[in-house]
Design a protein around this ligand. Structure first.
Ligand SMILES: Cc1ncc(C[n+]2csc(CCOP(=O)(O)OP(=O)(O)O)c2C)c(N)n1
Ligand SMILES: [Mg+2]
Length: 397
């Protein structure tokens, strides 16, 4: 017999309940099993969009002011880096660049919530986070320049290569974090992920594995409202992406992703949770991608200028600057000195990106397999012959 949806609706709650599920009685109410797992109804916010503090809360104490100053400094330098990288695409020095302008609080806040010994699992969007982590910007841009590998040493920088296949980093992070805990170390792994990528299987597999095996991972969703041209409303019917944790037994929180103080406070607590051995934590930051998906995308074809302008008013850098000036932690001289530092950082990057990358196309075939397959050997010979023919042609000219 087929069960129709109507038949399911008519069935009594008791007949639908699994045999093992606790039965609520009037005398002994069953505790809500989702308690402590669901996010608060509203994203956590500690500064309003004008930079004015909202009433303090016990669960998310304000981070120390020295940390906020450092957050501001790295956000300003990060934004300047982002502008420079975008300009380099226009000069043909960079093949592609996915900007994270507008997401500075998330990019830098995540890095500051971690220890240097923790691991970061970034996507293509996180170039700014990697520079905030202290990785040489030329090395960060190596992949986006068209090289086949990431320019930095992942083990030395405790930063995995940036992932383009969506959500794959979620399972990598779970595996690494589990391995570290297994060996008795208190390392935390933080995996960045986009709103669109939360629809991918790897996101769910990563959460599930990490939850079952209590792997110390923070899954940090930057909900920037779009997956290329696909808006959030076409991506999910969930009330918030943070609700995706409860099905796996993963506690979660949502935060105003353009409030740098709240981002740092929420991620600091999430990292502490993971480090204390209580398993993974999911954070959804509500933010906005101010630029197009990459330099190859025209965002005016799928979103309204008024929407972008509304988010311009919630700029995370000016929000933190206003607050720190109000507290007496920043003045004109300090702001100018940080702006100067950012200019020098961009100038140095520009200068060093003038050098042509030394790429040997033959290296494409190295490290694919320990023993190359016959097909790979054949392809390698084909490329070698093509390159030799090209250089003969050039010599003859
Ligand atoms: C497995 C996989 N499917 C599709 C793509 C193509 N793709 C690249 S970026 C992107 C959008 C991802 O959006 P989101 O997760 O919201 O991250 P954002 O780019 O907004 O940071 C898609 C579909 C891909 N890279 N990998
Ligand atoms: Mg997105």
């Amino acid at each position: 017999m087929t069960t129709t949806p109507q038949a399911v609706r008519r069935a009594s709650p008791r007949s639908r309940r699994s045999a093992d599920a606790p039965v609520a009685t009037a005398a002994a109410p069953v505790a809500d099993p989702s308690a402590g797992l669901l996010p608060a109804a509203e994203p956590v916010r500690l500064l309003d969009p004008n930079g004015t503090p909202v009433p303090p809360r016990d669960d998310y104490p304000q981070p120390p002011v020295a940390a906020l100053r450092e957050l501001y400094r790295r956000m300003v330098v990060g934004r300047r880096f982002d502008v420079q990288a975008t300009a380099l695409t226009k000069q043909g020095k960079l093949a592609v660049y996915p900007s994270s302008r507008g997401q500075e609080a998330c990019q830098v806040g995540a890095v500051l919530a971690l220890r240097d010994t923790d691991w970061v699992f970034p996507t293509y969007r996180e170039s700014m986070a990697l520079t905030a982590r202290g990785i040489d910007p030329v090395e960060v841009l190596t992949l986006l320049r068209g090289d086949w590998h990431c320019g930095y040493d992942p083990a030395a920088m405790r930063t995995a290569p940036q992932c383009t296949p969506l959500a794959t980093q979620c399972v990598h992070a779970a595996g690494l974090a589990y391995g570290e805990a297994y060996q008795g170390r208190d390392t935390v792994a933080l995996a960045f992920i986009g709103d669109g990528a939360t629809s991918e299987g790897d996101f769910h597999e990563g959460l599930n594995f990490a939850a079952v095996f209590k792997a110390p991972v923070v899954y940090f969703v930057q909900n920037n409202k779009y997956a290329i041209s696909v808006p959030l409303s076409r991506q999910t019917a969930a009330p918030s992406l943070a609700y995706k944790g409860v099905g796996y037994g993963v506690p979660s929180e949502q935060v105003d992703g353009n409030d740098p103080v709240a981002v740092l406070a929420v991620l600091t607590r999430a990292v502490e949770h993971a480090r204390s051995g209580r398993g993974p934590f999911l954070v959804e930051a509500h933010t906005y991608r101010m630029e197009a998906h990459t330099n190859a995308d025209d965002a005016t074809r799928y979103r309204d200028g008024a929407e972008v302008d509304a988010w311009r008013d919630r700029d995370p850098v000016t929000r933190l600057e206003t607050y720190l000036r109000e507290c007496g932690e920043l003045d004109d001289a300090a702001v100018a000195a940080i702006a100067e530092e950012a200019e020098a950082y961009a100038a140095d990057l520009r200068e060093r990106m003038h050098d042509k990358p030394a790429v040997d196309p033959m290296s494409l075939f190295d490290h694919v397999y320990a023993e190359p397959t016959p097909q790979l050997v054949e392809q390698r010979e084909q490329v070698r012959a093509e390159l030799a023919a090209d250089s003969d042609e050039e010599g003859a000219r």
